[in-house]
Write a protein that binds this ligand. Sequence first.
Ligand code: ADP
Ligand code: MG
Length: 238
Amino acid sequence: MLRVDDIHKRYGDNEVLKGISLTLERGATKVLIGPSGSGKSTLLRCINHLNKPDRGTIELDGQRITDANIDRMRAQIGFVFQDFNLFSHLTVLDNVRICQLKVKRLSHEEATRRAHEELERVGLGDKAGAYPAELSGGQQQRVSIARALAMDPMLMLFDEPTSALDPELTGEVVKVMQQLADDGMTMLVVSHEMGFARQAADEIIFMEGGYIIEQGPPDVLFSTPAQERTRAFLNVIA
Ligand code: ADP
Ligand code: MG
């Protein structure tokens, strides 16, 4: 579904991605871990060209993402950010509907139907009329997941979706992500929620210093990492 090939990205003198390649099969979930500053967010942003890679290619469902097709390709990629990025002046329903109306140009009726469907799926069927400020952080993040899902994406990217949340609110968001993974969504998730990583991930990818150091199934990578640097990182976050 996703093929990332030899992505390089630098900011001035700082080479942040030094040749990243990975693949994500349809229906697979991979969890990306690594120290702060290792390039995880930059990688996700390069995948949907929010940041333009200096070198390398991204293919989604066999089609290379280019400047010419970026709007169409980006509409197929759901992106969930750490800080929710909801419009505070819009209701939950309008937050979920807006991209379907503006980008997908669905009818009002169809967009409304899809929005209610996805709000039900994340357990917020009763919050359609609320404003973001009336919701907890966990609820706001679930709205932002519903908003992404309502676009029928081929791929979902999550960048530390629970790290802005109080610990007691992470569980409800992790549960929604776990359900999505179980339902066969194709997902690339930056997260240090080890319970989620163990349960949901087909593979863990450990990044450091702009390189992929090691990747493998969670039971292997967590219990017997091959690289000393992976072991050192796991000791810090465990
Ligand atoms: P991570 O998500 O793993 O913490 P990031 O991808 O956010 O890492 O950042 C990797 C490096 O790139 C850091 O050194 C950061 O300062 C730098 N960086 C990220 N975005 C920018 C930017 N827009 N301009 C300059 N430097 C950036
Ligand atoms: Mg980051």
